[in-house]
Design a protein around this ligand. Structure first.
Ligand code: MGD
Ligand code: MGD
Ligand code: SF4
Ligand code: MO
Length: 863
C-alpha cells in the first residue's frame, strides 16, 4: 500500500490525529479514518459516539475571487466537522445573505486536506548554487528541520547577494518576505495588469481617474435595477463572481431590464438571465463596437436619434473634427476613422462581421437597440480586454457609451463590472481600519513585465520602456502567495527557466502547488483558518462587495509544523542580520484590534462615515492590546461573534451610486482630470503612455488593430481564407473548480468540475472527435491533454479551458496533463504589458493515451 492509500484508509485514533495536527490534548480516544476524498474525516467519528458540544467559528474564505462570503465552521474539540454559510439574518433581495459558493463550502478539504504540507523540505538533488537543476519539478523530497531550512535559505540569499547583487533575487512575495528582502537591500519585481486587462490604463486616461479606479464604472446594485437594457459583454458572474452578484443581476431582470449576452460561450449566467445571446469571436470586440458606431453615425436622424449630441458636445472631445482637443490633428477624429475617410476602409457592419463573426444585420440591430433603449448598461468582465492589443477595446466601449449618452445616468454605464464589484459599483459603505503596520520600501526599482519574465531570466534582457532594453541576471526566485509559474503566460518557458538557469527557488505554501513543486526548499505555511483572525472587506487586502465587513477568527490550531508567513520572514531576517522588530512591528492581535477600532460605516445621509465598533475597557483588557474605548454601532464582541456587519439597503436610500453622475450634470463644476477636463475620445496622453511602454504604437482614438494570436492569425492566408496550422481560437475562462490555482487539489471540486476542454460539436465532428475523447491541444508555445466536452453552447471555431490547473507534466510524452492554459499561452508583451490571455491559437487532435479523471489522480502527499 502506498502512502496515499495508507492515508486514505488507515484508522487513526483521535489522539494521533490531534498530535499530527499539533493540537494534542488529553481526552477520549475515538476512531477516525481518512476518507477516500482525502479529508481528515471527523464527522463519522463524532456522530458515532462522542456527543460533544462544539461551536461555530467565523472562518475565512480569503481567496481572490468575486465573492468573499460568510463561512462558518463547526469545531468540536479542535476538529472541524461541519461548515455552513450566512444565516445571520433572513434573506431578501434588498438585504441578501452573503452565501458561500461550492468552493467555500469545500474549504475544509483544502485547509484540512490529506495533502497539507507537514514539514520543511529540501529537494534531494539541490546543492547551494542549484545542484541538479533539471530535476526541478520531478525530484524527491527530503524532510529537514525548521532550523536547517531557515539557515539554508538565509545562507543562499547571502551567497546570491554577494555574487550577483540584490537584483538577482526575483521576489514574488507579499506575505512578509517583501519586508525582509527590502531590508536586505531589495529585490527585482514583476509588473503588469492581469485581472482588469487594459481598463487599468485606458479608463483613467480617457475618463480621468474615477471612483473605484479599476473595478467599476456603473451603478450600485439597486440603481442597476433602473436599467432598461443590460448588455453582459464578456461577463459570467455565475462562475466568476461567486457570492451574490448573479442574484443581484436577477433582481435587475425582475425589475424589467432586458439582458443581451455578447460572449463566445452561452454561459451559466446567460442560462438564467439572457433574453438574447450574441456569440462573438474572442479578441474581436473592438471590431463589433466600431461596426455599431458606423450604424449610429450613418443612421442617426432627428426622427430617430442614435447619437446623444448634447452629451458629446458638453462632456467629450475627439468625436468629430469640430470637437478636437487642443493641439490634435483634426483628421484624427473618431467619426472620420469609422467612416473610413482617413484610411479608405469604412468600418461597416459587413467589415466588422468578417472579423467578429456577428452577422451584419445583427450588428445593426444591436447598435440601434443600444442607442435607443435608455438607460442602458454595458457590464464587462475583464475578459474582452484581457487580449493582446486590447487598449482599443476598452476605449471603444467608452466611446460608444458617450455616443449613446449612457454615462452618468442612473441605470446607465459602461465598463468593468466584475469580481467583487460585479453589478455593484461605488465606494465601500463599511470599511476596516488600518492595521497600523508601516510599509517598507523596496530600494530596488528593477521590475520585469509579466509577459517577459521567463524570457528575461533565460536571456538576461528585459524591456524597461521604449528603446530601453536592460540587462538583468536573475538567479533566485522567492515565492509566497503568488503563483507566478502557474498563473502567468509562458509557463513552458518558465519551466525551462527553472530547469536551466535558476540557482535557488524557495516557496512558502500550504500544499505542494506548482511553485512549490518546482522549488528547492519548501516551507509549510498556515492558512487563515490557523491564524488569530482578521477582516475581509474594503480597507483590507481582501476586498469584498461594498456593503459588508467580515470578521473571521481562528478555526483550528496550526497543522503539523506549519508556521505563519510572517514568522518565517522574521526568522530569515534574523539570520540575515536584520531587525526583527522592523519586519513584524505589530502583533497580529493588535493589527486586528486596530482594524476593528478604525472601522468606519456610512452615515444615513450617505456622505459621512462614523465609527463602526463600540469598544470597552474590558474588551481591551481581554485582548491585552493597546487602545482606547470608543462608541460605534456594534459592540466589539457582538461583531466578532456574528462575523459580519452588513449595511442595510433599501430602494431610495442614500447609498445609491452612479459613476460620473456629478460630471454629467455639471461638467464645469466637476471637471475630469484629463488635459481637456472632459472625457477624451481622442486621448493623446493615452497614446503616448501606451507607446512609451515600448511594444506597441497606439493611436489616440479607438481603432481596430489585429491582435497577436487572434482570429486573423488562425489563417495562413487571410485574404483567401486559408486556415493555418493553429486554426482554433482558445480563450481561458475563470472556472468554477478553482479560484485561480487555489482549490485545484480539492477532491470534491475535482469531481464536480473535471477541467474539460470545451468545444463546439461541429468542430469536433470535422476533426473526427467525439464526446469524452482525450484530446491533445497544441499551440505555438506548448501542449496539454484533456477530456473533450462538446456543446452547442460554444461558438464554432472557438474553444476554452479553465485557467488555473496545477501543472502536471507527463515528462515522457512532453505534455501537461492538467490542462494548464499558461503552458499553451506564450508571454507576448503588447500595449501596456497586460495579460493577453484570451488571444491564443491552437490545434486539436485525438490523444493516443489514457488519461484518468483528475479526481482519481494521487493527491500530492509528500512525507
Ligand atoms: N471561479 C472563479 N471565479 C473568479 C476567479 C477564479 O479564478 N475562479 N478569479 C477572479 C478574478 S481575480 C478575476 S480578475 C475575475 C475575472 O472575471 P472575468 O474576466 O469576468 O471572467 P472570465 O471568465 O475570464 O470571462 C468572463 C466571460 O467573458 C467571456 N469571454 C472571454 N473572452 C472574451 C472576449 O474576447 N470577448 C467577449 N465578448 N467575451 C469573452 C468568457 O466566455 C466568459 O463568459 O474573476 C474572479 N472570479
Ligand atoms: N491564462 C490565464 N492566466 C491567468 C488568468 C487567465 O484568465 N488566463 N487570470 C489571471 C488573473 S485575473 C489573476 S488575478 C492571476 C492570479 O494569479 P495569482 O495571484 O498568482 O494566483 P493564485 O492562484 O490566486 O495564487 C495564490 C497562491 O498563493 C497561495 N496562498 C494563498 N494564501 C497564502 C498564504 O497566506 N501564504 C502563502 N505562502 N501562500 C498562500 C496559494 O496556494 C496560491 O498558490 O492569474 C492570472 N492568470
Ligand atoms: S465566492 Fe469566493 S469567497 Fe465566496 S465562498 Fe466562493 S470561493 Fe469563497
Ligand atoms: Mo484577477
Amino acid at each position: 500500500m502506498n502512502l496515499l492509500e495508507k492515508a486514505k484508509y488507515y484508522p487513526i485514533s483521535r489522539r494521533t490525529f490531534l498530535e499530527m495536527t499539533g493540537t494534542a490534548v488529553a481526552g477520549t480516544v475515538a476512531v477516525m479514518t481518512f476518507p477516500v476524498c482525502g479529508l481528515f474525516r471527523a464527522e463519522a467519528a463524532f456522530a458515532n459516539g462522542i456527543n460533544q458540544e462544539g461551536r461555530w467559528v467565523n472562518a475565512a474564505c480569503w481567496h481572490n475571487c468575486g465573492g468573499r462570503c460568510v463561512l462558518k465552521a463547526y469545531v468540536i474539540d479542535g476538529v472541524v466537522v461541519r461548515q455552513k454559510t450566512d444565516d445571520t439574518h433572513p434573506d431578501s433581495p434588498d438585504f441578501p445573505q452573503q452565501r458561500a459558493c461550492w468552493r467555500g463550502r469545500a474549504q475544509r478539504q483544502q485547509v484540512l486536506g490529506a495533502d497539507r504540507l507537514k514539514y520543511p523540505m529540501k529537494r534531494k538533488h539541490w546543492q547551494p548554487g542549484g545542484g541538479n537543476k533539471e530535476l526541478r519539478g520531478r525530484d524527491e523530497w527530503v524532510r529537514i528541520s525548521w532550523d536547517e531550512a531557515l539557515d539554508l535559505v538565509a545562507d543562499e540569499l547571502k551567497r546570491i547577494k554577494a555574487a550577483y547583487g540584490n537584483q538577482a533575487i526575483l521576489g514574488q512575495v507579499r506575505q512578509g518576505m517583501e519586508r525582509t528582502l527590502s531590508l536586505f537591500g531589495g529585490y527585482t519585481t514583476s509588473w503588469g495588469s492581469t485581472s482588469w486587462g487594459t481598463w487599468v490604463d485606458v479608463g483613467p486616461a480617457v475618463m480621468g481617474p474615477y471612483g473605484d479606479a479599476y473595478s467599476s464604472t456603473g451603478n450600485d446594485r439597486l440603481r442597476l435595477r433602473q436599467s432598461k437594457l443590460i448588455i453582459m459583454w464578456g461577463a459570467n458572474p455565475a462562475w466568476s463572481s461567486g457570492g451574490n452578484p448573479a442574484y443581484n443581476f436577477l433582481q435587475a431582470r425582475k425589475a424589467g431590464a432586458k439582458f443581451i449576452f455578447i460572449d463566445p460561450f452561452y454561459t451559466d449566467t446567460a442560462r438564467v438571465l439572457a433574453d438574447e445571446w450574441i456569440p462573438i469571436r474572442p479578441a474581436t470586440d473592438a471590431a463589433l463596437l466600431l461596426g455599431m458606431a458606423y450604424v449610429m453615425i450613418t443612421e442617426d436622424s432627428p426622427a430617430r436619434p442614435l447619437i446623444d449630441w448634447e452629451f458629446l458636445n458638453k462632456c467629450t472631445v475627439g468625436f468629430d473634427a469640430g470637437h478636437m482637443p487642443a493641439g490634435a490633428d483634426p483628421k484624427e477624429n473618431f467619426k472620420d476613422y469609422v467612416l473610413g475617410i482617413e484610411d479608405g476602409q469604412p468600418k461597416t457592419p459587413a467589415w466588422a462581421a468578417e472579423i467578429c463573426g456577428v452577422a451584419p444585420e445583427k450588428i445593426r440591430r444591436l447598435a440601434i437597440e443600444y442607442a435607443t433603449t435608455k438607460p442602458a448598461s454595458v457590464i464587462c468582465g475583464g475578459a474582452s480586454t484581457r487580449t493582446h492589443r486590447a487598449e482599443q477595446t476598452a476605449q471603444a466601449f467608452i466611446t460608444l457609451a458617450c455616443m449613446t449618452g449612457n454615462i452618468g445616468v442612473p441605470g446607465a454605464g459602461t465598463g468593468l463590472s466584475c469580481h467583487n464589484r460585479a453589478g455593484n459599483a461605488g465606494p465601500g459603505l463599511v470599511k476596516a481600519g488600518d492595521p497600523g503596520v508601516p510599509a517598507i520600501k523596496n530600494p530596488l526599482t528593477s521590475s520585469i513585465n509579466q509577459n517577459e519574465l521567463w524570457d528575461a531570466v533565460l536571456t538576461g534582457k528585459y524591456t524597461a520602456g521604449k528603446n530601453d532594453r536592460r540587462d538583468i541576471d536573475i538567479r533566485c526566485v522567492y515565492y509566497d502567495a503568488v503563483a507566478t509559474l502557474n498563473q502567468k503566460m509562458g509557463a513552458a518557458k518558465g519551466i525551462e527557466a527553472h530547469r536551466e538557469k535558476l540557482e535557488f527557488v524557495v516557496t512558502q505554501a500550504f500544499n505542494l502547488n506548482t511553485q512549490a513543486k518546482f522549488s528547492d526548499i519548501v516551507l509549510p505555511i498556515t492558512t487563515q483558518w490557523e491564524k488569530y483572525g482578521g477582516f475581509i472587506g474594503y480597507g483590507t487586502s481582501f476586498s469584498s462587495n461594498r456593503e459588508i465587513l467580515l470578521w473571521f477568527s481562528q478555526v483550528v490550531d496550526p497543522v503539523f509544523e506549519a508556521k505563519d508567513d510572517i514568522w518565517v520572514a522574521v526568522e530569515i531576517g534574523k539570520r540575515l542580520g536584520l531587525d526583527a522588530k522592523q519586519i513584524d512591528p505589530v502583533p497580529l492581535k493588535q493589527q486586528v484590534f486596530n482594524q476593528a477600532a478604525g472601522a468606519m460605516v456610512i452615515a444615513d445621509n450617505g456622505q459621512d462615515y462614523e465609527k463602526l465598533v463600540t469598544i470597552t475597557e474590558e474588551d481591551i483588557e481581554e485582548l491585552g492590546v493597546t487602545g482606547k474605548p470608543q462608541t460605534g454601532r456594534i459592540a466589539f464582541r457582538e461583531f466578532r461573534e456574528k462575523g459580519i456587519y452588513q449595511v442595510q439597503r433599501a430602494p431610495g436610500d442614500h447609498f445609491g451610486f452612479t459613476e460620473l453622475e456629478d460630471y454629467r450634470n455639471n461638467p464645469e463644476k466637476y471637471p475630469r482630470a484629463t488635459p481637456s477636463k472632459k472625457i477624451e475620445i481622442h486621448s493623446q496622453k493615452l497614446a503616448d503612455k501606451i507607446t512609451s511602454y515600448g511594444w506597441t504604437v497606439k493611436a489616440p482614438i479607438a481603432k481596430y488593430e489585429k491582435p497577436e494570436e487572434g482570429y486573423e492569425d488562425t489563417f495562413q492566408d487571410w485574404n483567401n481564407k486559408v486556415k493555418g496550422e493553429y486554426p482554433l481560437q482558445l480563450y481561458t475562462i475563470h472556472y468554477p473548480r478553482r479560484t485561480h490555482s487555489l482549490f485545484d487539489n480539492v477532491p470534491w471540486l475535482r469531481e464536480a468540475f473535471p477541467q474539460e476542454f470545451i468545444m463546439n460539436t461541429s468542430d469536433a465532428r470535422s476533426l473526427g472527435l467525439k464526446q469524452g475523447d482525450i484530446v491533445k491541444i497544441a499551440s505555438r508555445h506548448g501542449v496539454v491533454v484533456r477530456p473533450l466536452y462538446l456543446t452547442e453552447r460554444m461558438m464554432p471555431g472557438v474553444v476554452t479551458l479553465g485557467q488555473g490547473a496545477w501543472i502536471e507534466l507527463d515528462e515522457e510524452n512532453s505534455v501537461d496533463k492538467s490542462g494548464n492554459v499558461n503552458i499553451l499561452e506564450g508571454g507576448i508583451p503588447t500595449g501596456q504589458g497586460h495579460m493577453g490571455a484570451n488571444s491564443c491559437n491552437v490545434k486539436v487532435e485525438k490523444y493516443d493515451q489514457e488519461l484518468l479523471p483528475d479526481v482519481e489522480w494521487p493527491q500530492r502527499i509528500v512525507l
